[in-house]
Design a protein around this ligand. Sequence first.
Ligand SMILES: O=C(O)CCC(=O)C(=O)O
Length: 193
Amino acid sequence: MEHLLKENLDIKIFNHLFSEDESNYFFRSLLNEVAWKQETITMWGKKRILRRRVAWYGDSGKNYSYSGNLLSPITWNENLKRIKKKIEIVSSIAFNSVLLNDYEDGNVGMGWHSDDEKELGKDPIIGSVSFGVDRDFYLKPKIKSNNDRVKIMSSNGSLILMNGSTQHHWLHSLPIRKNINERRINLTFRTII
Ligand SMILES: O=C(O)CCC(=O)C(=O)O
C-alpha cells in the first residue's frame, strides 16, 4: 500500500488488491451483468448523450443526484457484494452505494470535479476500484493559484482510497487518451448519509 499525504490530501493506493484472474473475471462479469445506461448531461437546458455508460447500485433509498440526474439504486448483485466486502476489509469503511463508469476506450474520460455532493456528507471517503486497461488519473487543488498536480496510475485490480478532506480541497479527472483502445470499468464506492 502506498500512502500519499499532502496538504488536505490523503490517498491510499492498493495496487493489485484483486489478482489478475479475479480482475479479469470481475471485468467481464460487470460488463455483462450491470444495467448500464448511457450517461446524459443537461447543458443550457438541453440534454446531451455522452459516450460514458454509468450505473448506480446500493442499499435501497440511497438516491444520488448529480449533473441534473437523479439516480435510484439497483440492488447489489453478488459480484458487487464481493468487491465491496474486500474493500471494506482493507479500508474499515462501510460503503452503501457505488457509481459504476464504463469507459469503452481512451476517447472516453471524465472532466475535473470532486465527489462533494451534499448526500456524501462533509468529508466523504471514496473507494475507487478499476478493472481493465490502466489509465492515468489526476488530482489538482481547487484553488486556482496552486499549480500542484498529483498523478496516479489507476491500474487493473487497484483500489484508490480518497480520504479526509481530499474531496473538499481537490478536484480529480480521468483525461482522454486517444492512443488507448481498450476498455476500463471503474467503481466509486460511496457512503450516502
Ligand atoms: O474513472 C475514474 O477513475 C474516475 C471516476 C470518478 O471520478 C467518479 O466516479 O466520480
